[in-house]
Design a binder for this molecule. Sequence first.
Ligand SMILES: NC(=O)c1ccc[n+]([C@@H]2O[C@H](COP(=O)([O-])OP(=O)(O)OC[C@H]3O[C@@H](n4cnc5c(N)ncnc54)[C@H](OP(=O)(O)O)[C@@H]3O)[C@@H](O)[C@H]2O)c1
Length: 264
Amino acid sequence: MSTVVFLGGGRITSAMLAGLRLAKVKDRLVVHDRNDGKLRALKRLYHVDVERDLLKAASVADLLIIAVRPDSVRDLLRSIESIRRPTLAVSVAAGIPLRRLSKALGAPLRWARAMPSPVCRIGRGLTAVTFPATLPRQDRKRIRNFFLNVGQVVEIPETKFDAFTVTYSSSHGYHALATLAKAAQEAGLDRNTALLASAHALADGITVWRDGKHLLKSLLEEATTPGGIAEATIRGMNSSGYRRAVQRGMRDGLRQASLLARGK
Ligand SMILES: NC(=O)c1ccc[n+]([C@@H]2O[C@H](COP(=O)([O-])OP(=O)(O)OC[C@H]3O[C@@H](n4cnc5c(N)ncnc54)[C@H](OP(=O)(O)O)[C@@H]3O)[C@@H](O)[C@H]2O)c1
């Protein structure tokens, strides 16, 4: 049995563990975090092993997942630099490039990056992976298969990683849902009906597109009667800067990724 060790037992680790349990993976799952309370909760919820000693945790890993916040990665790697066992390591930390990871801690670690989504909690995640040219084929396969347990996997070049990270976040959906539902309440709906109507507008419409039978352009036309209410609503949103707001948000996200990459 292979041992997968998560360093960092926060939000994304918790979502991944839920998805991995749902998928009934056979790997031994071990988590290290500096907060005892989080470890106890993860053990109770997902029946994982917990290891309070960081170096001991890292030393038993066949697959090591670095899941601390980007500004904690350097110190964490420093604390495990005496690791001797050849280990495949995957960083899920946003923004931090492979060259910085392998500079902070090189061999015996073999590095890759992944960007999983918390939607992996229900097995419908989307994970981008990227590999250095030197990473052996069986390591790439191991990583792809691991993340396939919790949803779809796409391999992209590292140069596209930040753009993917800024785009794919499920926070966009939650943010759009919260914003639309708030406006619906202001228009007179009660909270539950506002959320129900907004969730249908966003999620169910997009599910039709994901079925793959219809073009986005045709679906948009179908839902927008000329001279009707939807058309007027979209026009109002666009003329108030909807597209500009989204582009501006994306730019700010990319700028943050580049600050993280430089360790700021
Ligand atoms: N959340 C997401 O949707 C998502 C998606 C994809 C990728 N990611 C990436 O995943 C990483 C973790 O994000 P998150 O949202 O899960 O953050 P989080 O909830 O803050 O989890 C990180 C955990 O690691 C712990 N930690 C930090 N330094 C440590 C150390 N030296 N030793 C032991 N434990 C340590 C933190 O403890 P303290 O709280 O005490 O600092 C915290 O419990 C980030 O790099 C992020 O970019 C997140």
